[in-house]
Design a binder for this molecule. Sequence first.
Ligand code: SF4
Length: 448
Amino acid sequence: MALKGLDIFKLTPKTNCKECGSPTCMAFSMKVAQGAVDISKCPHMSAEAMATLSEATAPPMKSIKVGTGEAEYTLGGETVLARHEKTFVSKTRFAVNVTPDMDIDAVLAEANKVEYDRIGEKMHAEMVYVACNGDAAAFAEAVKKVTGKGKTIILDCKDPESAKAALEICKAEKPILNGANASNYEAMVEIAKAAEVVLGVSGADINELYDTTAAIEKLGYKELVLDTTGANVKDTFATTVQVRRACLAKDPDRTFGYPSIVNLSKVAPNDEPMQIALASVFVLKYGSIVVMDTMNYARALPLFGLRQNVFTDPQKPMKVEPGIYPINGGDENSVVLTTVDFALTYFVVSGELERSGVPCNLAISDAGGLSVLTSWAAGKLSSTSVSKFIKEEVEPKIKCRKLIIPGKVAVLKGDIEAKLEGWEVIVAPNEAVQLVKFLKDMQANGEI
Ligand code: SF4
């Protein structure tokens, strides 16, 4: 049960010393109750009060770190069921499924071909899921093949001895040991604790998953992920959604407050279209890790785009830093184009400029992270803002005095020219894709 501000206030020192940044202990308590401030911001709380409050005010879903170095990822930590309520925080990670009888190097090589670049974010399959087929020696060999490959490893192994041997090979990479169930959880907890790795828990159904997780928590281990994969698509979806709803309900049940693994190689084996469709569903509906047979561009294009859209914070515009971006070797004598700092606009325009092969400078001014027409309508892209930016940031660095403005704000041309003495203002076409021909023609005619 979440604590109210008054409950928290009773445990504070009530000295109103302001060291937490709040004017009074009561104000601080109200902020903690809303989740706006962490309880640790008060340096005068007794250890006893801290222990009580840390547990009671902890987020309902635990954040779990897995992997190391560049392959370290945070899973979970979500606070809402729907992205529009606030934001989702830890994006779904994709894992490629391998088994000891496969050509593992070939599977990894195929997955590694995919490096999908969208709006400045490079995306790839981050994890590899190694499923044990009952042959401990073959499993260990498979684990050797995926170790040191820059992917977070998930070991699917229910046999404690095989799991222990596999962890000896890869534990330095902080893999997930997805191996605990109702019959082996005590041994698996010992192994995961000793290797300091995250433990995956599964159950024959949602009730068994709950009971096993509760039993593991009683043993004092809370570095967990829940394998919500069921016997079929329907069970998997129902379990994954119910687990998330239970932990983020108004009165949360923290036994289910962990990230999830959904294994599509089990529920839709060798069925690429179905795996893509299901992966899309589980990006939206609560898969922290989605395991698939492979990763290729047919899968990456829809899935990475969807994931990026769902896991961006709707309260924060996607922006690039204002400044001058030289393209195709643009220097101080190259033409200047300007557009807004909305990330999608920047990457679309800069891509087309690169395609033109014409050396140029892309000048990005602060337009509040909005698109061209929206920022113009909001008054954030105006002749004043553009001319001020050009005078202050561009003129000291660039000798060329030709400025190309977006076609959609052609109406600003006269005003900008009036405010920018010595500059020739040229209106670009309406669509970014037309920039290639536009610039090439200008270059051929000796205009730039
Ligand atoms: S730092 Fe602690 S004691 Fe001081 S005002 Fe904040 S809550 Fe009260």
